[in-house]
Design a binder for this molecule. Sequence first.
Ligand SMILES: Nc1ncnc2c1ncn2[C@@H]1O[C@H](COP(=O)(O)OP(=O)(O)OP(=O)(O)O)[C@@H](O)[C@H]1O
Ligand SMILES: [Mg+2]
Length: 144
Amino acid sequence: MEIVLKSLKDTEKLAKKITKDLAKNSGSVLALYGNLGSGKTTFTQFLAKALGVKEKILSPTFVIMKTFSLSKPVGSFKFLTHIDTYRLNSAKDLTSLGLKDLLKDKENILVIEWPEKIEKLLPKNTVRIYFSVLNEKERKVVIK
Ligand SMILES: Nc1ncnc2c1ncn2[C@@H]1O[C@H](COP(=O)(O)OP(=O)(O)OP(=O)(O)O)[C@@H](O)[C@H]1O
Ligand SMILES: [Mg+2]
């Protein structure tokens, strides 16, 4: 599926739609691809809002992985973990942070920016979202 997000409002709508799909349990891992500034963190922030995360999600420049509590469960989910592998040297570093357990955790939604580095570890039912910049306000999104 391919869509054009014409503004932040559209990105927020997409996050809400995906939250509903998650609640129906189509998978718990979202892999977000795309260049710097293409909207991965912005999408994650809207997703967190739609899921009822109270804390503000920041671009994890120094943090590789952070887990947030949902204010109330969404389907079977109680937590959202945000991973950004940008500064990671090897997949082993994340494995040592407990990634494999998280990937299996039915209560946890995992959102991964720069997932290329851990591609091999991603489960079969991973939802892959590819972001690209069209212009200042518009983003193209391909969902697989
Ligand atoms: N329709 C849109 N959807 C998402 N972001 C948009 C949109 N229009 C403009 N933007 C802006 O584009 C920027 C996207 O930055 P963001 O940090 O989300 O990118 P990123 O993909 O996470 O980059 P990085 O790889 O550096 O982590 C933000 O400043 C955001 O406000
Ligand atoms: Mg980011």
